[in-house]
Write a protein that binds this ligand. Structure first.
Ligand SMILES: [Zn+2]
Length: 180
């Protein structure tokens, strides 16, 4: 996986792309949680779940179906006051869905491990993007801050952080154009 920082950074950048409004802390905390929640499947390793199985790492919990479940739960539980199926409701649902799915896409850009089971439970195939410039992040904190860890981070900044900032900038220019 790219580092957790990078997943959260992308969640934040998507938030800034989604809206120019000043959002409450709850919104940002939920975006951060959604950006990293798919890695909850790492717990499976400790219970002997096989990497390549449906419930293995980068399997179901990295799928579009799981992202839909998560985003529905977020909108239903964290935003009960927003009328269901209203425009605001759908846009929040879409936002949290995209943030959760972004995790799998970033993982699919890494050079190691197994691909992502985007279509589980309908199709157990694991997918990578055709272009994988990101190095898999060392799992341990000590190794993360080592020399290799710095290189991992530099690649993430170049290929993920900078394009994310560019996305926010484009969205803000676009918004200004729409307003004027
Ligand atoms: Zn992951």
């Amino acid at each position: 996986m790219p580092s957790a920082f990078t997943h959260i950074f992308v969640g934040g950048a998507l938030g800034k792309t989604f809206t120019a409004e000043k959002m409450p802390a709850k919104f940002w905390v939920l975006a951060a949680v959604c950006s990293i929640i798919p890695d909850i499947d790492i717990i499976g390793f400790y219970f002997g779940v096989k990497y390549g199985s449906m419930l293995g790492h980068r399997g179901f919990f990295h799928s579009l179906t799981f992202a839909l479940i998560v985003s529905l739960l977020v909108v239903l539980l964290a935003y009960p006051a927003i009328p269901r199926f209203s425009k605001k409701w759908w846009s929040l649902l879409a936002f949290f869905f995209i943030v959760t799915v972004s995790h799998g896409f970033l993982d699919a850009m890494t050079d190691k491990g197994m691909g992502i089971g985007f279509f589980i439970p309908f199709d157990n195939t694991r997918y990578f993007l055709p272009w994988r410039p990101v190095y898999a992040s060392p799992m341990s904190i000590a190794r993360f801050f080592s020399h290799a860890g710095i290189e991992v981070l530099m690649r993430e900044i170049l290929w993920i952080w900078l394009p994310s900032i560019a996305l926010c900038a484009v969205a803000s220019v676009f918004r200004k154009k729409l307003r004027s």
